[in-house]
Design a protein around this ligand. Structure first.
Ligand code: PBG
Ligand code: ZN
Length: 331
């Protein structure tokens, strides 16, 4: 075909923007936030440079600054003052997340508030639900944990959350939570399922951030094997049938093939660029080995190109700044 077909004709600098197929918008991004019930000032998270645990009294102001920067959605994680076997603080009326949702909604009503529905920050053992001590050892008790998730989700809705996001990877969690919300009069609260969540080593830095490391075992009896693509599709398909409004693939960057197949289900799909994906970029950039802004924007653009409608990312605030900067070489 050469020299008739010259692909470089449309790559002239001035023509490039006209043929760009994927443009990242601020409304694509969701900022994850950590609220620490015991903190009195914001605490830097060592494993995630630029990220903090916020005290309950400061979170609404921080969310207001995100809103001013153009971010329109946040995902809330709470770190409670006390943990126990049954995660009883997770559904408390005045729990750390419930209070944070109320204060954010009070100050910034236009911000969409999504809450993570899980027990691992609230259990003394660090697993995502209540335990069952059975013949094959100790493991998550699926159906007993569902009742816990129902209570957590309803308490978040009661506090004013717009979207609840169960991340526990229990079988039947979407059906169970949807039913509980509807029975409590919250039929208009949306449900974003962490529908395809892999048992990834990239969650490492998060466990410091959210103090959700586990005291024994791992999460591979409920989260998915990174090697499995067919099962990944089935997980999301089941959650769609159970009534999820939004599906999710997590982590994002290593699973773009999975993301693009899950987009064929037809529901909106979120991708979670997790702590380890963020910290890898930060660490290499700190050493001067890569350009942080260029690499971060490339990762986000490629996640969107693969089909994500929403991207949950610790780069949200940085991206808001970067996207509002004028492109180089333009007045
Ligand atoms: C808890 C939860 C985790 C993340 C989000 N919710 C950790 C885990 O499942 O072990 C990870 C987020 C991240 O790494 O950024 N269910
Ligand atoms: Zn969990």
């Amino acid at each position: 075909m050469y020299p008739q077909r010259r692909m470089r004709r449309l790559r002239k600098r001035t023509l490039q923007p006209l043929f760009c197929e994927t443009v990242l918008h601020l409304t694509d991004l969701v900022a994850p936030l950590f609220i620490d019930e015991t903190a009195s000032g914001k605490i830097p998270i060592g494993s995630m440079p630029g990220q903090y645990r916020y005290p309950p009294g400061e979170i609404a102001l921080h969310v207001q600054s995100l809103y001013t920067a153009g971010i329109r959605a946040v995902l809330i994680f709470g770190i409670p003052a006390k943990k126990d076997e049954e995660a009883s603080e997770s559904y408390a009326r005045s729990g750390v997340v419930q209070n944070a949702v109320r204060s954010i909604k009070g100050l910034v009503p236009g911000m969409t508030v999504i809450t993570d529905v899980c027990a691992c920050e609230y259990t003394s053992h660090g697993h995502c639900g209540v335990l069952h001590h059975g013949r094959c050892g100790t493991d998550l008790d699926n159906d007993a944990s569902l009742l816990l998730m129902n209570r957590i989700a309803v308490s978040h809705a009661e506090a004013g959350a717009d979207i609840v996001a169960p991340s526990c990877m229990l079988d039947g969690m979407v059906h169970s939570i949807r039913t509980a919300l509807d029975e409590s009069g919250y039929q208009d609260i949306a449900l974003m399922s962490y529908s395809t969540k892999f048992a990834s080593a990239l969650y490492g830095p998060f466990r410091e951030a959210a103090d959700s490391g586990f005291s024994f075992g791992d999460r591979s009896t409920y989260q998915m094997d990174p090697a499995n693509a067919r099962e990944a599709f089935l997980e999301s398909q089941l959650d769609a049938k159970e009534g999820a409004d939004i599906l999710m693939v997590k982590p994002a960057g290593n699973y773009l093939d999975v993301l693009s197949t899950i987009c064929t289900i037809g529901l909106p799909v979120a991708a979670y660029q997790v702590s380890g994906e963020y910290s890898q970029v930060k660490a290499a950039a700190e050493r001067g080995w890569i350009n942080e802004k260029a690499v971060a924007l490339e990762t986000l653009t490629c996640i969107k190109r693969a089909g994500a409608d929403l991207i949950i990312t610790y780069f949200a605030l940085d991206a808001a700044r970067w996207l509002s900067e004028k492109p180089e070489g333009h007045p």
